[in-house]
Design a binder for this molecule. Structure first.
Ligand code: KG4
Length: 334
C-alpha cells in the first residue's frame, strides 16, 4: 500500500510517500524559516499564504522522488490538527480534494500522534507500551502509548512549550528564529553552570511542565547585565538556559516511565533534535535500565512521513474523513 501524506500544521509544508507501514519512499519539507525569522516568530497569515504557494510543488516533488504517480497511491493522509488553522486548512483541504477527485480514501491525522509514532519509522522500533516525551514549539507533553491508536496524556506544559521558550529566549538575545538550533549551537561553547536558572518542578508528583518563569528569569538576567554594563556572555546564557530546560524534561520523563512501569522511552518533536537533551536522556535512561528510542533529527521536526505512518493505522482502524471534515486547532489528545 502506498500512502501520500501531507503536513501543514505550522510553518513547514511537507509531503511524503510511505510504503506501508514504515518504508519512507520520499519525504520533502519546505521550510518557511526565512520568511518568519525577521519577526522572531511565526506570522500565521504569512504561513498560510506560503503553504498555498508550496503545497502543489511539494506534493509533486514527493511523488517524483518516490517515482510514483497519483495512480499508484492507495491512501491519502493529512494533518487535521492541532496547529494554526489557516495553515492546517491548506494541506487538509488539498488532501481531501485530491482524495475526492481520485476516489481515494482519506484520513485526518492528529499531529501529536505523528510525533508519538515517528520512532516507528526507524530501526530498531520500540515495542509497545512506551512512555513518550513530545517536545516542540507548540507542545511539551508526556504520554503513555499502548498501541498505535491509544495514547494517554500523563502531563503537559501549563504555559509555554519548551521550543517556544527556546524561540523566545533567542528573540530576546537577538538570535533570530527558530531559536532552538542557534541556542544549542552557542550553548556548546558556554558553561551550563554559569547561571543557575530556576527549574519549575510543580510539586514532587507532578508530570506537568512550566517554562514561562524560566524565560522571564532569562529576560531579567539579560536586562540586569545590560543595565550594569557588564559583559554579556551569550554562550553562557544559552548553555545555562538549555541546561535548566533539559534537566526538567529528562527528570519528568524518567519519573513518568517509572510511574507507568515502562521499559522503553521515546522522544519526539522539534526540540528532540537538541543534542544536549539527547545525550542527557540517553545517559539517565541507561543508568535506570530503560531503553531510549530517538528518531533522527529530520524525523523529530515536522515532517509528513510520520503523518503517513499514523494515518496508515487510522485507516486500519476505519477512521476515514468525509469531504466536509474540518481542521482543529487544539488536540483532543492533549
Ligand atoms: O516539531 P517542530 O518542527 O514544529 C512544531 O513546533 O510543531 O518544532 C519546532 C521547534 C522550534 O521551537 C525550534 O526552536 C525547536 O523545535 N528546535 C530546537 C532545536 N531544533 C529545533 N530546540 C532546541 N534545540 C534544537 N536543536
Amino acid at each position: 500500500m502506498l500512502i501520500l501524506a501531507i503536513e501543514s500544521s505550522c510553518d513547514d509544508t511537507a509531503a511524503a510517500v510511505l510504503e506501508a507501514e514504515n518504508r519512507i519512499r520520499s519525504s520533502v519539507v519546505s521550510s518557511q524559516n526565512e520568511i518568519h525569522t525577521r519577526f522572531g516568530g511565526i506570522v500565521p497569515e504569512l504561513a498560510s499564504r506560503r503553504h498555498i504557494e508550496m503545497i502543489r510543488p511539494v506534493v509533486d516533488e514527493a511523488l517524483e522522488q518516490a517515482r510514483v504517480g497519483l495512480d499508484g497511491i492507495d491512501l491519502i493522509a493529512a494533518t487535521q490538527g492541532p496547529g494554526l488553522v489557516g495553515s492546517l486548512l491548506v494541506g487538509f483541504t488539498f488532501a481531501k480534494a485530491l482524495a475526492l477527485a481520485r476516489g481515494l480514501p482519506c484520513v485526518g491525522v492528529d499531529h501529536m500522534a505523528g510525533h508519538l509514532l515517528s520512532c516507528l519509522l526507524e530501526n530498531p522500533q520500540p515495542a509497545f507500551p512506551y512512555t513518550a516525551l513530545i517536545v516542540s514549539g507548540g507542545n511539551t507533553s508526556l504520554f503513555a502509548v499502548d498501541d498505535p491508536l491509544t495514547f494517554t496524556r500523563l502531563g503537559r506544559t501549563r504555559d509555554d512549550a519548551a521550543g517556544e521558550a527556546f524561540d523566545k529566549v533567542a528573540k530576546l538575545l537577538g538570535l533570530g528564529y527558530p531559536g532552538g538550533p542557534v541556542i544549542s549551537r552557542l550553548a556548546a561553547e558556554g558553561d551550563p553552570a554559569a547561571i543557575t536558572f530556576p527549574r519549575a518542578w510543580l510539586g514532587t508528583d507532578s508530570l506537568d511542565f512550566s517554562f514561562s518563569g524560566l524565560k522571564t528569569s532569562v529576560a531579567a538576567q539579560v536586562d540586569n547585565q545590560r543595565r550594569q554594563d557588564s559583559p554579556l556572555s551569550v554562550p553562557d546564557i544559552c548553555a545555562s538556559f538549555q541546561e535548566a530546560v533539559v534537566d526538567v524534561l529528562a527528570d519528568k520523563t524518567l519519573a513518568a516511565a517509572e510511574r507507568m512501569g515502562h521499559q522503553r522511552v521515546v522522544l519526539g518533536g522539534g526540540v528532540a533534535a537538541n543534542p544536549r537533551l539527547r545525550s542527557v536522556l540517553a545517559e539517565r535512561c541507561a543508568r535506570s535500565g530503560l531503553t531510549l528510542f530517538m528518531p533522527s533529527p529530520a524525523l523529530c521536526t515536522d515532517n509528513a512521513a510520520m503523518i503517513g505512518l499514523a494515518g496508515y493505522y487510522r485507516f486500519l482502524g476505519g477512521h476515514l474523513v468525509e469531504a466536509d471534515a474540518d481542521a482543529y486547532s487544539r488536540s483532543p489528545l492533549n
